[in-house]
Design a protein around this ligand. Sequence first.
Ligand SMILES: Nc1ncnc2c1ncn2[C@@H]1O[C@H](COP(=O)(O)OP(=O)(O)OP(=O)(O)O)[C@@H](O)[C@H]1O
Ligand SMILES: [Mg+2]
Length: 239
Amino acid sequence: MELTKTGIPGLDELLGGGIPTGWTTILSGAPGCGKTCLSVGYLVEGINKYNESGIFCSFNESRKELFLTQQSFGYDLEKLEKTGRLKILDFSYGRALGEGQLALQQTKVDLPALTKSIKESINEINAKRLVIDPLTIISLLFDNIREVRYNFLRFFDVIRRFGVTSLAITESSYSKEFTVEEFLAAGIIRLYNERLGSKRQRGIEIVKMRGINHKRGLFPLSITSQGIIISPEVEMLSG
Ligand SMILES: Nc1ncnc2c1ncn2[C@@H]1O[C@H](COP(=O)(O)OP(=O)(O)OP(=O)(O)O)[C@@H](O)[C@H]1O
Ligand SMILES: [Mg+2]
């Protein structure tokens, strides 16, 4: 299987080389776990180390907010966007109208419009990497679980035909339950920020990665002013 290196220090060793090229991998975790930071790192490293352009499709943070928040990790997204190797698709305007289906309908962000816009952007900068932050928002477009499943399957299929390797973020709580899109995706990377006494400990786990012999277990992760660093040699003791 062809693999795409994430370029995040330590992560490709955990993955057994990288994430499956051309497929969608889910990146999930609770609030503040580092999902956006890691996914931006995937795009920035793609540009800087592997000469692969990337699209960041954002539903939570606006372009301006991303420029600001990602500076904290040493990422200058404004500069990268100006070089034409990064493109941010800012869908954050739905946020102002409130949560849920109504807000998305009012802003006319339906699945065909979204996929069209992604496709045009991919063609425009010849992108090889795609991030959707968060994919969870798409499930709000549909009324029942059957429709959600059908549309996610279709969406993953369409994205696959665009020839990009995708990281799609899902927002999960600390519960052990898995979401529909996690069953459908080629792989799942989970981030943790668990409380141990008066402290919190960050961690990462490869839950599944189809066709890849990846490392198993929970490994320490640090968020730094140079982005995310993972220690693939030190397995964490589970409590
Ligand atoms: N320079 C820094 N060094 C260390 N940690 C930082 C730094 N800047 C931010 N952080 C930490 O990173 C966290 C934000 O990470 P990020 O936005 O990637 O999380 P997220 O999982 O996307 O959160 P959300 O669910 O809210 O979207 C902050 O809450 C903060 O704890
Ligand atoms: Mg985020």
